[in-house]
Design a protein around this ligand. Sequence first.
Ligand code: HEM
Length: 430
Amino acid sequence: MTHNQESGNDQDSVLRKPVSRRDLLRMAGVGGLGLMLGAGGMGGFLQAGRSLNANSSPARNTGDQVPFYGLQQSGIITPPQDFLCFAAFAIRSKKLADVRALFQKWTAAAAEMTQGRMIGEWNEQHNSPPSDTGEAEGLSPSKVTITFGVGPSFFDDRFGLSGKRPAELRDLPAFNGDQLSEDWCGGDIGIQVCANDMQVAFHAIRNLARIARGIAVLIWTQEGFQRTAGADPTAQTPRNLLGFKDGTGNPDVTDKKAMAKTVWVQQIEGPAWMENGSYMVTRRIRMRLEVWDRTQLSEQEATFGRYRSSGAPLGASKEFDPLGLDRVREDGEPVIPVNSHVRLAHGDGSVQILRRSYSYSSGIDRRTGQMDSGLFFVSYQRSIAKQFIPMQQRLSQSDKLNEYIVHVGSAVFACFPGVREGGYIGETLF
Ligand code: HEM
């Protein structure tokens, strides 16, 4: 079977699901979400702006925290934790006041969870649902970070905010080869939760969705993983599911200048509410693992332009050696092929992005028996138009990797600047 035929099958399986999750949610409406997430409702918690510290529960375990408050949101330049739970929401309420109140409640809950505390007031009233669903009780915060962003659709006419949409924040253009399914596209709000424990990450998304009841509904979610710190105590660059080290060419997150240049929106470019925020792109990229696994190692290495074992650029010996794109073989051909992923992604080297992707495995495609696995690509950048788009245009046109991957989901979000204690996420916009 050729790759094209396979891609036809993939498209069938991805696009012709009888009833999508999103359809179900539409049919179920807001009440349905409540049913899906359990009958908990919001319990005694959730009065906007209320300080939770006075009566809040004891910390579950205070180790392993990433500070929630700060100039910038955590979860962006934070070294990637082991697991990801990503959620996109559609807002059902038409009132800005509801949305503002939701972000206030979410901020309070996120601050609690990142400190390893249970959400809401600590009580043992047996006649009402608990304000925290409980599955993280007793667990370490596990370096959980909760990063909030809003998508282009947030700025339609519903909330009177259309004048505040950043010029940067638009749905991505169609790229060559895209086979997008609405099951993993878009969203008024995107929340990235990362933690060193999957149950802690899931707990965060579940409780944020529960808090949103009546105002916003989940429209898609994606879980992700990489090797855990336990399996790799020396913290080597993690490998993706194609077996290659992934992240080597990322800019240095400890270099403030590089982060200001690449990741953080600066005052001069505006809008003012986005200063110290960042734009996030997510692409759900399915891998044709079965095809890759039948491909010779030399071909695999030519696809990326790096050696699989060491991660070094072809023709070099160490992972962090310069790419050396000018090197040529005896036959005059470049050592790093012209259609290799690193050469095309690198371009002239003047533009970078910060990649923060996770592998995913979501069962199998029942039509083909193939694995629905790949990369949940996440990148942060100061400008989507100047950084991500030209890169993806080059890759979608010529990348040899395209024989083995297909982009099936896509979303962009403007991630707010960080929040000071006493404030709330989104305050600069609302
Ligand atoms: C399933 C899809 C993808 C896989 C498996 C993949 C894998 C890799 C690998 C193995 C490397 C080399 C090691 C490294 O520097 O991290 C790399 C580099 C890179 N990739 Fe990807 N990638 C994928 C998609 C993308 C996309 C969609 C973009 C952006 C549009 C992208 C941008 C980059 C960049 C900027 C580099 C570094 C290039 C440099 O050295 O300057 N990748 N990728």
